[in-house]
Design a protein around this ligand. Sequence first.
Ligand SMILES: [Mg+2]
Length: 303
Amino acid sequence: MVVQQRLYGCAIGAVIGDALGMPLEFGPPSPEGQFVRQMRAGRLPAGSFTDDTEMALALAESLADQRPLDPVDLTKRFVAWRETNPPDIGIHTRSILGRIAQGESWREVEDQFLKTGSDNAGNGSVMRCWPVAVAWRDHQEELIQDSQLQSRVTHAHPDCLAASVFTNLAISQFIEGNSIDSGLAYALSHTPALSKDFKAVINSAPRRSRSELKNSGWVRHTIESAVWALLNFNSFAETVIQVVNLGNDADTAGTVVGAMAGAYYGLQSIPNDWLNELQGQWPVGSTSTWSAKEICSLVDQLI
Ligand SMILES: [Mg+2]
């Protein structure tokens, strides 16, 4: 498979996972035999992407403009996005970006967060991290640094940084054509500062039963669901369907596993009826409608 198929697959896979999960967010796990397998309307029309994708697009545009990532440019874009009153925005992200909008620097906010020893380790930065993997797929040092940096500006918890690096290393391995097993193992052994506990969560994820997976907004749960599905199912569609039907933080878990599965299986593995239904306004509230085509053009600018 050509590399470009995998790069498009990563981006489109992420957006598909977000849109498929959107109507299932905050819901209970779907009962066996009653899984949602198509785009459905929820708070937004069927096929709509949400904040996960919007923040990823802001990050992608920042990286398309300049590399390595400029955190000041990135936070400006995030603050501008927040000001469009997006229908979906995480509580933690809203509060951090609000402080930056009021004039605090992202570094001050990060310092304060770290000083408090907060255990707030949500999935709000891993959900948007994939553009870094697309931009730096064959530059590992930069991939690691920018994966961490894009997290630090809103989610400074070590688990959030580690999850972003782990996800992007796995994506870069899949883009190179490595197997799911070896890509995940590589990511696990090359992610700096991955705590022993988090490592144990990832290692035991494939043996979890569906009913054990919480799929919450905690970043460890998001990664756990993604690793479980990647290693237990063998197509793009089934991998993503299994994760979004765990409910709870379905769109974010869907986008994370979608980026990884898309990088592995490639764009041509993504069902056409899903692809054709993708939609969203970008910037939020503008008249500019984005579908798969516009997202692929942004990928072209990144590579
Ligand atoms: Mg969302």
